[in-house]
Design a protein. Structure first.
Length: 678
């Protein structure tokens, strides 16, 4: 088998883009691309003087040249070497303009994979060769025999059009693309054919472009949709060039039409990957993440049913999320165990396909069947025992079961199903298997770790609070009781002694005991206020506000408490401790005389807001304090909120006070209702 090699000049000043492009081209199986990279336009021109290249990949924004000037300079040095523009999304209009100035194609960075880039290079090379052959063979075209092999071999559709708009000849690729035979196209007017071939919204722009070309001008042409192809709508990019006589006058219009189906698929896949990665960054819980992922994949695939199973510690694989399946189907699948091996799902999970399975299993371990009814109807021995037939019984003719992997361990499956036979496209299954499954597997494991960390953080918080309660009870029951008893004894002793001086000393000692008793009670209450456990977070927050008001001289107002929501102990403790830390910061640093504390339950989230009218601070001062951990209290609050799936935000400005908002999903526990209101 012949391996093609293309020498390509890459003119790109962004190191990351250059490395990524090189890696993507290196991972394709369509041939070898020898990349020679330059950073500046001047260096590229020097390279072109020293050697011949098959194609040029050109970024229009370079350190020494920008825009169309870059293209013009490279064109002057490159001769007829095809140029493909590299552009960012925001520069796409400039890239389209570059096509009008002679570039063969453009690629938007970050939206194409290696195959799409390789295909664009190959098409550009073929297109340039054809146009060059056409330019050099005007006389031969009169007999319609020159360059036929070149044109017919092209993967792009090509039509030669006379200057009056009639089709002279077309190549086989254009016939395949339009669904019309060669004889049905040749000799007819393009203006007559366009309404039959392209989407109605594209007809007038295409006719306008044709009229511009008939005047001898290169028209601006946008992407269009071919609707006459029997296989369905096909996105295409048309381009126009001219065959010119010796005086430079156009004698023929050369229309090339590139099928963009694969490019659009690549862009769509890239967008799906980006979306799934963004969902992982956005969602805070595994279930919500998998719900969102399943919706995205279902919409992309077009299959009616999708479910995601996740293995648990008991060897079961229940559906964590699903769409399209009936409740009866889900109920029948809830107790599926990996050890049973009586279903394709369990054999995918266990990596144990049977002898009769091999024609349905991919090399990546996925099961794919386009007719589930045949599985049990097969005369092969044991088929009925190895296929329970649940999918077929529920009218699901096509099924794909794709393993979710974390490194080399299968932790779940993605289950596609549809009523139509043969609905599972091998390309879609491969994409999910090789690209999406590892991302989802990594996300599941990270959510599992975060869940374990949240559980650990909750246990640590409760353990800390229990230690506080034990210490508070010890202070109250031992030290406090002893001090109270000592105070009583001193009172009795004072009545027994008559000397004035001794009486005064005893009075002073008794007052010291009274102060110690009061301090012990206060310390005991502050360590672990009984009101938090007896009446709940709302009442505890009221007490906290009153206590800080008395001790620090500012007014603290609480709004939004009642007894409609009972909160899990760990959550109440965390919010109470956070509020105490924040009010301590207000007392120490804010210089405020008014503080408002609000609690609310909104859409399943507990929200606490503390607003003061103090001196405020610069936003960067807070961020720097958090980043350097100089404010350990605020850093601790933020990290603990993250661990329970919540958030911490602070807004402040000099002279405008400070607002702190804590938000976390409500965790409810059985028992008497207390807490906060909606």
């Amino acid at each position: 088998m012949t391996v093609h090699s293309w020498k390509t000049l890459l003119v790109e000043d962004n190191e990351a883009d250059a490395v990524l492009l090189s890696e993507m081209l290196g991972g394709t199986d369509v041939g070898h691309f020898e990349l020679v990279r330059t950073v500046r336009a001047a260096d590229a021109i020097n390279r072109l003087k020293l050697g011949v290249f098959d194609a040029i990949l050109l970024d229009l924004t370079l350190p020494d040249s920008r825009g169309f000037e870059t293209l013009q300079n490279i064109q002057d040095a490159a001769g007829h070497t095809p140029i493909i523009i590299l552009t960012g999304v925001e520069d796409e209009s400039m890239a389209i303009g570059a096509i009008r100035h002679g570039a063969q194609d453009y690629l938007v960075k970050g939206t194409v994979d290696g195959r799409a880039i390789a295909r664009a290079i190959r098409y550009a090379i073929d297109r340039q060769k054809t146009e060059e052959a056409l330019r050099q063979s005007d006389a031969a075209y009169a007999s319609a025999k020159v360059s036929v092999d070149t044109v017919n071999a092209m993967e792009e559709g090509v039509a030669l059009i006379s200057m009056n708009g009639n089709v002279s000849s077309v190549n086989p690729a254009l016939s395949r693309l339009t669904g019309y035979a060669k004889a049905q196209l040749e000799g007819r007017s393009m203006a007559e054919l366009l309404p039959l071939i392209v989407h109605e919204r594209d007809v007038q722009p295409a006719i306008d472009a044709l009229r511009t070309a008939m005047r001898g001008e290169i028209p601006a042409m946008a992407e269009a949709t071919v609707v006459s192809n029997p296989a369905g709508h096909v996105p295409v990019v048309p381009r126009i060039a001219f065959i010119r006589d010796e005086a430079g006058r156009p004698t023929k219009i050369v229309l090339t039409v590139q099928d963009m189906t694969e490019d659009r698929k690549a862009e769509q896949k890239s967008q799906i990957v980006t979306t799934i990665l963004a969902l992982f960054a956005r969602e805070t819980a595994r279930r919500e993440y998998l719900d969102a992922v399943a919706r995205v994949i279902r919409q992309w695939s077009g299959y009616r049913c999708i479910g995601i199973r996740v293995l648990n510690d008991r060897g079961e694989a229940p559906y964590e999320t699903y769409f399209g399946f009936s409740d009866a189907f889900i109920q029948s699948e809830t107790a599926l165990k990996i050890a049973s091996l009586d279903c394709a799902c369990t054999r995918v999970l266990a990596r144990q396909p049977g002898p009769n399975d091999m024609k349905y299993f991919t090399s990546g371990g996925s099961f794919c069947c386009g007719n589930t009814g045949q599985l049990q109807d097969s005369p092969s021995a044991g088929n009925r025992e190895r296929y329970r037939g649940i999918c077929a019984a529920h009218g699901l003719a096509s099924v794909a079961i794709i393993p979710i992997r974390h490194h080399n361990t299968i932790i779940g499956t993605i289950h596609f199903a549809d009523e139509k036979e043969g609905a599972m496209a091998a390309e879609a299954v491969e994409f999910v298997e090789t690209t999406l499954s590892p991302i989802i597997g990594e996300a599941i494991c990270r959510f599992n770790v975060e869940s374990e960390l949240r559980s650990l953080a909750s246990r640590i918080t409760l353990a800390e609070e229990r230690a506080r309660r034990q210490l508070a009870m010890a202070l109250h029951d031992t030290v406090g009781q002893s001090l109270a008893l000592g105070k009583i004894k001193l009172g009795a002793l004072r009545q027994m002694i008559n000397g004035k001086e001794a009486q005064e000393i005893l009075r002073e000692i008794r007052e010291m005991f009274e102060a110690a008793v009061e301090q012990t009670r206060t310390l005991s209450f502050e360590l672990s206020p009984p009101i938090l456990y007896e009446l709940g977070l709302g009442a505890a927050m009221e007490w906290l506000g009153e206590d800080f008001s008395k001790r620090h001289g500012f007014t603290a107002r609480l709004i939004g408490t009642d007894k409609e929501h009972q909160l899990e102990e760990s959550m109440s403790v965390l919010f109470f401790q956070s509020a105490r830390e924040l009010l301590t910061n207000v007392a120490k640093h804010a210089g405020a005389d008014d503080v408002e504390i609000s609690l609310a339950a909104v859409d399943g989230y507990l929200i606490m807001k503390i607003v003061d009218n103090g001196k405020g601070m610069e936003a960067m001062a807070f961020e720097n304090a958090i980043a350097t951990k100089n404010s350990l209290g605020l850093f601790s609050i933020r990290e603990r909120m993250k661990q329970i799936g919540g958030s911490f935000s602070l807004k402040s400005a000099p002279g405008h006070g400070t607002t702190v908002v804590l938000t976390a999903p409500i965790q409810q526990a059985p028992g008497p209702d207390f807490g906060i209101r909606n």
